[in-house]
Structures are given as C-alpha cells and as structure tokens.
Design a protein around this ligand. Structure first.
Ligand code: CTP
Ligand code: MG
Length: 227
C-alpha cells in the first residue's frame, strides 16, 4: 500500500541538552535522522518524505542526505513553533489523497513489519497509531498528593508513526488551528473530530530519544540488532 510520510525534525532537543538538535547526534556513527530516514528509504511502498527542518539545520541536513544517499525526500518545509505547527506546514505541501504517515525524526528504531500492519489498519479505518501497553502504575496527582490510581489495563503509551487517510488528517489539523487546540500527538486532533482511531500494538524498542539516558537504551537496541 503506497503512502507518504511527514517527518518532523525541526525541534531544538532541549531535554536532550546536547546544545544542538538531538536528531543530528550520532548513534553507531550514523546521525539519528539518517537511521530514521533509512527505514522509509528502504521501504518500496514509501512514495515520498516531507521533512520539516529548522532553517539553521537545513544545509547540514541536505548534505547528510547526499552523503547517505537518501533520495526520497521530495520537499523540505520550515519548522513551526511547536511540533504541531511543523506538521501542519508539511501537510499543506502534500495536497494529495492517499495514506499519510507522521513519524518523529527522533524515533530511529521503527520495525518494517509494524509499519506494514499500521498502514493496513489505516487503510481500513482511516486512522491508526502504534502503541504499547503501559508497564508502570500511573497515578494522577494534585501537587505531590495522589488523587487517583488510574486503571492500568486500559492504558497505552502511544508512539509514532501514526497513519491516516489524508483528508481526515488535514481536516483535523485545520480544525485544531481554527480552535487554537494544541495536542501532543496527531491522533488527538483526529479524535476531536469524533473519528475512531485504531491502536496497533507496537514494540517497546520503538523508543523516542528524548533525554540523555535514552541514548544508553538506543546503544543497547543497536547492539541487540547487530548480534
Ligand atoms: N519537532 C518539530 N518541530 C517542533 C518541535 C519538534 O519538527 N517545533 C520534532 C522534533 O524534531 C522531533 C519530534 O518533533 O523529531 C518530537 O519532538 P520532541 O521529541 O519533543 O523533540 P524536541 O522538540 O526537539 O525536543 P525538546 O522538546 O526536548 O526540545
Ligand atoms: Mg518538543
């Protein structure tokens, strides 16, 4: 099933504290963004990548794509203030029906089989996301006082990619802008339209590199894959 993918890469990486955009840091001698892009470069169903980048990273990003022979990036768009704005900028460039994915540049360990299952689910339902069951006990609190222990069996930690019929995602983003709504993922904007979103069980390996200790886990995942 053919699809396009938007990759937001225009963050600052503040929580990583590396003094530059974390997606340019290297893992196993390869920038994180290249690990992420390669999954789609090697997937024959991927018809194009729209990359949201910061103006200050654009030259470095373009030379990395050349160096590592990434050929499927069809357009670059400027990042916005928040992730959601970066993605809306990119969505305006797609202008085409079909399946559209959104996948964070900072999630380099996406498995191709999961990608396939996710796209199949989006084809049928219009909106599908990857998620894993929450392992920790989660509590709601008021300040430092527990207000409630949340029933865990119904909790999922959701990831990217998230996959949609283009018209659904575009309408969701348009409406979010109109209402000044800021979500923390793409599906939350679609949920506001009253549409069903399907969860496809993903992998605990599909981590987002957010804080410095995530890099230790990343090294371990790479070692496991090489062995
Ligand atoms: N992103 C983006 N545009 C923004 C903010 C984030 O394209 N204005 C991208 C990031 O580059 C990343 C993804 O969205 O690939 C997920 O965001 P996050 O993990 O929060 O990355 P950063 O925003 O860079 O990190 P931080 O929040 O710690 O500054
Ligand atoms: Mg951020």
């Amino acid at each position: 099933m053919a699809y396009r993918v938007i990759i937001p890469a225009a963050g600052q990486g503040k929580r990583m504290g590396a003094g530059k955009n974390k997606i340019l840091l290297e893992l196993n001698q390869l920038p994180i963004i290249i690990h992420t892009l390669r999954v789609f470069e090697m997937d024959e169903d991927c018809e194009g990548i729209i990359l949201a980048v910061n103006p200050q990273d654009e030259d470095e990003m373009k030379s990395l794509l050349d160096k590592h022979q990434i050929t499927k990036v069809t357009s670059f768009v400027s990042g916005g203030k928040e992730r959601q704005h970066s993605i809306y900028n990119a969505l305006k460039q797609v202008g085409q029906e079909g399946i559209i994915l959104v996948h964070d540049a900072a999630r380099p360990f996406l498995d191709k089989n999961l990608l396939r299952s996710l796209i199949e689910a989006a084809k049928t339902s219009g909106a599908a996301i990857l998620g894993v069951p929450v392992k920790d006990t989660v509590k709601k609190a008021t300040g430092n006082f527990v207000a409630e222990t949340v029933e865990r069996t119904s909790l999922w930690a959701v990831q990217t990619p998230q996959a949609f019929r283009f018209s659904i995602l575009f309408e969701a983003y348009r409406k979010a802008e109109e209402d000044n709504f800021l979500g923390t993922d793409d599906a939350s904007l679609v949920e506001r339209l009253g549409k069903d979103v399907v969860i496809v069980e993903g992998s605990y390996d599909n981590i987002k590199l957010t804080t410095p200790e995530d890099l230790y886990f990343a090294e371990a995942i790479i070692r496991k894959r090489i062995e």
